[in-house]
Design a binder for this molecule. Structure first.
Ligand code: PMP
Ligand code: GLN
Length: 387
């Protein structure tokens, strides 16, 4: 059929998260696919949102984000990392981390440029680079354990490289980068015109006593990185769609040039509510690692006798499930069987890859009520027993 449309993303469909959530609703399956909590948010946050609208904060917010919210974010960065960040010139409020990623990429990647992303990587990175006219060079994370092969990263860097898209804690690998990884990254891009986009949305979800290694605390990387965060994760409310980007003033200026024409300004009453919430509970995020670690451990214990293997999870909202004992390494096929036969929606890993290997792994979201996790484990155990 002749058409006047030339798609800019001809190979891209609807994301696996949206597809799986839709199918889980249709089939009334338990949804351990898309990463969102199924429990209530803090009722105080709900009250503060209602209060912000009642108080009349219903018109455009400042383009860069509400001043008091950015001050609270700066205070949070001081509390969590001991950082001094200038709210005026270094913090921009965005529509979730997704907009921060997209706007930062558009700001610094141009036609013919290259950006390095890992394989697997969160699904929004590569389309953002391609829409900017750039090309993603994917460097595989090596099994087992999805380790960085820094020699391959170095080999992937060229004169055209403008950006490295880094993510820790990592979705979907569930790994947390060590401070040493940041040192090696810094060394790999030293003396080159290469910037870093560091996706740190799971900064507060690291397990077993780990501390999150933020680029903002790295002496070299802090000066050349966009660090991206999300209140969706920190406040158990992915529907808020409020995130932020922290970057040096020179990068923040470029980011805002895009941001002002992309989303312009972010939901004003929600920014007021989050600022007020952070004023009342400035360190509510401190308990997140313990909260999610208990959920990880609960799910792992409930699946311990299933025959599924459970790769280590060092952080994030997720736990991987390795089904190599039961089924050929076809993650999409296995996720489909879990959905239709076990009534559990999961996320196959291949959509996170540019070049998917044969994968015996699906991803489970642990940000769920204990009862949901228990029921999901019971269904997975029963399914495994039938295989
Ligand atoms: N990066 C990663 C690694 C994510 O997992 C997600 C979503 N959970 C995002 C970015 C997007 O975050 P947001 O919902 O704040 O847009
Ligand atoms: N980040 C969420 C996940 O990894 C999904 C967000 C989305 O649907 N775009 O599951």
């Amino acid at each position: 059929m002749q058409t006047f449309l030339r798609s800019k993303l001809p190979d891209v469909g609807t994301t696996i998260f949206t597809v799986m959530s839709r199918r889980a609703r249709e089939l009334k399956a338990l949804n351990l696919g898309q990463g969102f909590p199924d429990y209530d948010i803090d009722p105080r946050l709900t009250e503060l949102v209602a209060a912000a609208m009642t108080q009349g904060h219903n018109q455009y917010a400042p383009m860069e984000g509400l001043g008091p919210l950015r001050e609270r974010i700066a205070a949070k960065l001081a509390m969590s990392y001991g950082l001094t960040v200038d709210a005026e010139s270094q913090i921009t409020v965005t529509v979730g981390a997704t907009e921060a990623i997209y706007s930062a990429v558009q700001a610094v990647v141009g036609v013919g440029d290259e950006a390095i992303a890992f394989d697997p990587a969160y699904d929004s990175y590569e389309p953002a680079v391609r829409l900017a006219g750039g090309r993603c060079i994917r460097v595989p994370l090596m099994p087992p354990g999805f380790r960085y092969d820094w020699d391959r990263v170095r080999a992937a860097i060229s004169e055209r490289t403008r950006l490295v898209l880094f993510n820790s804690p990592h979705n979907p690998a569930c790994t947390a980068a060590a401070a040493e990884d940041l040192n090696v990254l810094a060394e790999a891009i030293r003396d080159r015109d290469i910037l870093v986009l560091s996706d740190e949305v799971y900064e507060h979800v690291v397990y077993d006593g780990r501390t999150h290694a933020s680029v903002l605390t790295h002496p070299e990387l802090a000066g050349k990185s966009f660090a991206v965060f999300s209140f969706g994760k920190t406040m158990h409310a992915t529907g808020l769609r409020i995130g932020y980007c922290v970057a040096p003033p020179v990068l923040t200026r470029e980011l805002r040039k895009v941001h002002q024409f992309n989303t312009f300004s972010i939901a004003h009453p929600l920014q007021h509510a989050i600022a007020a919430y952070l004023a009342e509970k400035p360190d509510s995020w401190r308990g997140l690692s313990a909260f999610f670690q208990a959920k990880r451990d609960r799910l792992r214990a409930a699946l311990a006798g299933s025959g599924f293997l459970l790769p280590p999870a060092q952080g994030t909202y997720f736990q991987l499930l390795d089904f190599s004992e039961f089924f050929p390494p076809d993650d999409v096929g296995f996720a489909e069987r879990l959905l239709t036969e076990a009534g559990v929606a999961t996320i196959p890993l291949s959509p996170f890859y540019a070049t998917p290997p044969s994968l015996p792994v699906v991803r489970l979201c642990i940000a769920k009520r204990d009862a949901t996790l228990d029921e999901a484990a019971a269904r997975l155990n029963a399914f495994a027993a039938r295989l």
